[in-house]
Structures are given as C-alpha cells and as structure tokens.
Design a protein around this ligand. Structure first.
Ligand code: TMP
Ligand code: MG
Length: 190
C-alpha cells in the first residue's frame, strides 16, 4: 500500500472543504475504501456531514477535538481498513493528531488533511504548520480579498462589521457573518 500525507490549506472561502470532498469522491469512484472525519466543534451546517460554504456535503465521522478523538481516528481507520481518509478542520485537533496522521501515512494510508493556515491574527495554526512540514504534497488554495479582489491568503474576523481585536478568542466557529478572506494588505488586527 502507498501511504501519502497530503495537506490542503489556505484561508476561509478558498474551497478547502470542497477540494477535500472532491478528492475523497474520486477515490470512492475508484472503489477505494475511503472515509471523512470532522471535529465535533464545527456544527455550522450539519452534525454528521462535512459541509463546504458552497453547500457541497459529504457524510463524515464526527469526532471530539480531544486526545480521545485523535485515538478514534486511528482506531476507526485500522478497524475498517480504510485506504484513504480525509480530515476536515484539522487545526481544531490537539497536536497529537500530527504524529497519528504521519504514522497512518507510514502504515500505508493516503491521508488528506484540510485546515486553516492562519488564525484571524495572522498567526499559524500549529497543527497545520507541523503537518505542512511533514506533507508529501501541499495544496495551497487562495480566496478572493473582499476589499480589493486580489488573491487572499488570510482570514479577517469581523465583530459588528469591525476588525476583531488581538485579544479576541482564537476559536470562534462561524462563516460569512464573522469572517472575510483578505489579502496581506487588507488584513487588519487592531
Ligand atoms: P473553513 O476553513 O471551513 O472556512 O472553517 C474555518 C473555521 O474556523 C470556521 O468555523 C471559523 C473558525 N476560525 C476560528 O475559530 N478562528 C480563526 O482564527 C479563524 C480564522 C477561523
Ligand atoms: Mg471548510
């Protein structure tokens, strides 16, 4: 079996989840045993589906963003003998997911992890950062800056239409009501 670690990253509204679903679907068409996992923190659109901002959705195993959740991903993959697994919103899991996904790739699984590059402050999400270093392939997606229309690599958090301050909590689940994709120039952290 050919293990492989692939990381899909970029800001919000770049199409990361759609890309992940697309890659899993291609594998399923080829009759490979594939599964999607997502953290239970992300309940924006569905409890048991991975759903992209464009409405594209796919059934998934929902796992908690704890050590237990990370172990579940490993055990489930082994039990069911999945050849391909996708993990959405990987940045929400504890650091231990990095070695687990790398180990699964070593053991022959094609692992596709999708996650944010940076938080709203422009600081790297550690899990994604480590996975990028270990990746066999990186799919770096950009969005469109909502201010100038250039390529966006960052995510702006807005509270009542204003840039969120630096002391805003790191985790805030949301969509277009709270976030915009922005280029370097138009990304603001007061
Ligand atoms: P997405 O990558 O599928 O668009 O979803 C990103 C999720 O992460 C979304 O629920 C908003 C959340 N988020 C944070 O919790 N903190 C952040 O700093 C950013 C940028 C997003
Ligand atoms: Mg997504």
């Amino acid at each position: 079996p050919e293990g492989f670690l692939e990381v899909i990253t970029g800001p919000m509204f770049a199409g990361k989840t759609s890309e992940l679903i697309k890659r899993i679907e291609r594998q399923i068409f080829a009759k490979r045993k594939a599964a999607l996992f997502k953290p239970s923190i992300d309940n924006r659109y569905s409890e048991d589906k991975v759903v992209a901002h464009n409405g594209l959705s796919y059934e998934a195993f929902v796992v908690p963003t704890t050590e237990e959740g990370v172990r579940t991903i490993y055990q489930k993959t082994k039990e069911e003998d999945f050849e391909v697994i996708g993990i959405d919103e990987v940045q929400f899991f504890p650091m231990s997911i990095v070695e687990i996904l790398n180990k699964l790739a070593d053991e022959g699984v094609y692992v596709i992890a999708s996650g944010l590059n940076l938080d709203f402050k422009g600081e790297p999400f550690e899990v994604t950062k480590e996975l990028l270093a270990l990746a066999d392939n990186i799919v770096y997606l950009t969005a469109i800056c909502s201010v100038c229309g250039r390529e966006a690599t960052r995510t702006q958090r807005l509270i009542n239409g204003k840039p969120a301050p630096r002391d805003s909590p790191r985790i805030l689940v949301g969509g277009i009501e709270a976030y915009e994709a922005r280029c370097r120039r138009h990304h603001i952290v007061p």
